[in-house]
Design a binder for this molecule. Structure first.
Ligand code: PMV
Length: 360
């Protein structure tokens, strides 16, 4: 299926060579995307906080080929070193977006990427990396088509990023992004993520996310495998409906600033994601004993202090501790005193909600 709104017009400009660079952040979902249909269409809508410090920095150098060929020609460097094992992923990405970016065959590319977060931190870089690459490609397209509107640029960048990695569609803008059609968000779409445009209560502005690195190794189960396990999963249909309901509940909470409702939805979403993995065939436990230690300590801390700190998880053992900025010093003290002991080599990353990608 082709989406004509993303097929570019005949270009007026001729560009021979150049270089563009973008930085793009990671994001953390509050209502989770888990399960997809063909062509990277999500099985349910999701919403995420865009992060700030955890990001990828990617540059794209392009040189027009002498003769146009049907193949994609590119080199990929990660942290200044050639990284051949990443090339098939980019090749696949180019194949998926080719009908929307037919000019990709006209150029030879050199792609260089690096992450602001440590290489082996157990933090997936697909959201930041794929969105940064999609933005570089859109930057080239905008040079070829200078009349392009800013809205189209953002939307198509998210559309392309989605075809690289679903959650990458939510990394383009901030501070909150919604991806997947939902009845309460008129502009929402399965094809790209849109910015949360409603009022955001001050309680959630500059929200903090400290990522407690319980396991810095490679993910035990790739998200591709994880999404696939939702096909034929006995609880899948109910889970997809629940995500719709949870987003319906969360939207008014973001406006009202109701911490206790926020916590109920966000923590339940995280545990449900893991419950889906535990109840699939084959089944997986992605949490580690230290993940549970941390969760229990967060619950106790919240009960003892009344500070509205809560956790969420992605599809791994690391814990994202979410809390309001005005409680940062108390929470950081708690992390140092009680949680660091459960992090691999005592490592954690302090991040917060950010505003999205930037051209460099
Ligand atoms: O973008 P993917 O295919 O790597 O999926 C990521 C899914 C989760 O991170 C587990 C949840 C989400 O909504 O980001």
């Amino acid at each position: 299926m082709t989406h004509p709104e993303f097929v570019p017009p005949m270009f007026s400009n001729e560009i021979v060579s150049g270089k563009v660079s973008w930085q793009s952040p990671s994001n953390i979902a509050l209502v989770k995307y888990w399960g997809k249909k063909e062509h990277q269409i999500p099985a349910n809508p999701s919403i995420s906080f865009t992060l700030d410090n955890c990001r990828s920095i990617t540059s794209l150098e392009f040189q027009k080929k002498e003769d146009k060929s049907d193949s994609f020609e590119f080199d990929f460097y990660f942290e200044d070193k050639p990284k051949v094992d990443f090339k098939p992923k980019i090749q696949k990405f180019f194949e998926r977006i080719q009908q929307y970016c037919p000019y990709l065959n006209d150029y030879r590319f050199t792609i260089r990427s690096e992450n602001s977060f440590p290489h082996s931190s157990g933090i997936a870089s697909s959201a930041s990396g794929m969105s940064a690459l999609a933005l570089c490609i859109m930057d080239l397209e905008r040079q070829l088509d200078p009349g392009m509107s800013e809205e189209h640029f953002q939307r198509k960048a998210s559309f392309l990023a989605r075809l690289g990695s679903g959650s990458a569609s939510r990394s383009i803008q901030g501070d909150l992004m919604i991806w997947g059609k939902h009845n309460d968000v008129e502009s929402s779409s399965d094809l790209f993520a849109v910015k949360y445009e409603d009022e955001l209560h001050e309680n959630f502005q500059n929200f903090q996310d400290t990522i407690l690195l319980v396991d810095k190794g490679e993910k035990q189960v790739s998200s591709t495998v994880g999404h696939d396990l939702m096909h034929g999963h006995p609880f899948a249909e109910e889970r997809f409906l629940q995500a719709h309901r949870n987003l319906s509940k969360l939207l008014p909470v973001l406006k009202s600033g109701d911490y206790s409702e926020f916590i109920k939805i966000v923590e339940s979403e995280a545990l449900t994601l893991h419950a889906m993995m535990m109840s699939s065939q084959p089944y997986f436990i992605l949490m580690k004993p230290n993940t549970l230690e941390i969760i229990n300590r967060i619950w106790k801390f919240r009960k003892d202090t009344g500070i509205p700190a809560c956790f969420t998880l992605d599809a791994g053992a690391n814990v994202h501790l979410l809390y309001p900025e005005n409680h940062a010093s108390k929470v950081l003290e708690f992390i140092k005193n009680e949680l660091v002991a459960y992090c691999e080599n005592g490592h954690y990353i302090c991040d917060q909600v950010g505003n999205g990608a930037k051209k460099l």
